[in-house]
Design a protein around this ligand. Structure first.
Ligand code: 9MR
Length: 370
């Protein structure tokens, strides 16, 4: 029989269980990372502004947040004559009110260009490029820890000589758009760490093996030309179903350090497509992948930051991809340190362990570039 008392007891039990599940044990990821000389954070979107429980997770766990989509060109510039600064402003305000640092992502990317930009002539694209950088960099000058000035310059599948990603900026200016973007931002905001962000460098698929040397070559050319470049963002969307050598990844990151650059792991998550359906087994496999990757990557002192792409599985981009590609599936990707109910997962323990290992070992000396 259901009595008032049993309902209350049930509610209390459920409430306690909920509280216990969502309260991750100390230290926070941010504190554990800081003890190892690292900044830790996650990308953030309007979900966190709309959902107080999610906002609380950022408050507790993150020291830095990256704008997920709010500062992307297509989101800021739905039409040629209008800037939609509202969402990005709201994220910055919330972050600053909570004492968080902010990474701006991303000023220039050849992907996801709005249709109106694609219709412009080369000269008009150049004008929009300069005006966009000036306006956005000026607006947020002095408020960002770092700017992903250029995102994903390489995309060998576009079959352009040199492996460049195609899109309006590249079509109008060729490879010179990269240097032009960095110089332009630096003239306005020299307090943000100016970052070149790239994908796939963590794996040994054809893709990863093609992009790694291309990025290295570009960075060498930019530095040799005196271009203001402070950091390399290695996204680290791990694909454990593909071959990878995390020791080599650490050496690759260290070589940027040897040229005086910082390295940030900017979009870290673990694709679990290749792991078992069983959630416990899957979470364990994700955690093991995470730990071996981070333990290797964090052995280089050049790596100064780890940022997850969102904090909770509920808002992972991989869930959007999964839903799109397998609408009938009841399985959902679990690529992040917190599950869809914001409970800590084994991946969070693995991250804490990797941060603790870096703290205990102290970062290894940087290797000389080969
Ligand atoms: O998480 C982002 C997703 O919401 C957007 O639809 C998508 C396109 O703008 O971009 C996602 O973030 C990407 C990031 O900007 C660059 N690296 C890959 C990320 C995941 O696709």
């Amino acid at each position: 029989m259901i009595t008032r008392r049993s309902v209350l007891a049930g509610a209390v039990a459920a409430g306690c269980a909920g509280a216990a599940r969502s309260a991750a044990p100390a230290p926070s990821l941010a504190d554990a990372a800081a003890a190892a000389g690292l900044l830790y954070g996650a990308s953030i979107g309007r979900e966190a502004l709309d959902d107080p429980a999610y906002a609380d997770l950022y408050r507790r766990e993150a020291r830095i947040v990256t704008t997920d989509v709010a500062l992307k060109f297509d989101w800021l510039r739905p039409t040629p004559d209008r800037y939609e600064f509202g969402p990005a402003d709201a994220i910055l305000r919330a972050a600053e009110a909570n004492g968080k640092l902010v990474r701006g992502h991303t000023l220039i990317w050849n992907d996801n260009a709005p249709a109106w930009l694609k219709r412009l002539s080369g000269r008009e694209v150049e004008r929009v490029f300069d005006e966009h950088i000036d306006t956005v960099a000026e607006r947020y000058a002095g408020r960002l820890h770092s700017w992903d000035v250029v995102n994903e310059p390489f995309w060998p599948m576009d079959h352009i000589a040199g492996g460049w990603r195609n899109g309006p900026w590249f079509a109008a200016m060729g490879p010179a758009y990269v240097e032009r973007a960095f110089r332009r931002v630096a003239a306005i905001d020299r307090t943000a760490k100016l970052t070149l962000n790239e994908a796939q460098c963590d794996n040994d698929s054809d893709w990863g093996r093609a992009i790694r040397p291309l990025l290295r070559g570009l960075v060498d050319r930019l530095l040799d030309a005196g271009v203001p470049l402070d950091a390399i963002g290695l996204q680290s969307h791990l694909q454990p179903q593909w071959p990878a050598n995390y020791g080599e990844f650490a050496a690759y990151a260290a070589a940027f350090g040897a040229r005086g650059l910082e390295v940030y792991l900017t979009e870290f998550d673990v694709n679990d497509d290749g792991f078992l359906d069983d959630v416990r087994a899957r979470d364990a496999a994700v955690a093991a992948t995470c730990q071996s990757f981070l333990t290797a990557a964090l052995s280089t002192s050049a790596v100064k930051m780890v940022v997850n792409w969102q904090l909770s599985d509920r808002y992972s981009w991989l869930r959007d991809v999964w839903r799109r590609e397998r609408p009938a599936s009841r399985r959902m990707p679990r690529p992040l340190p917190f599950d869809a109910e914001f409970s800590a997962k084994p991946m969070r323990d693995a991250m804490l362990a990797a941060f603790a290992a870096r703290k205990a070992a102290g970062p290894a000396p940087q290797r000389k570039p080969e």
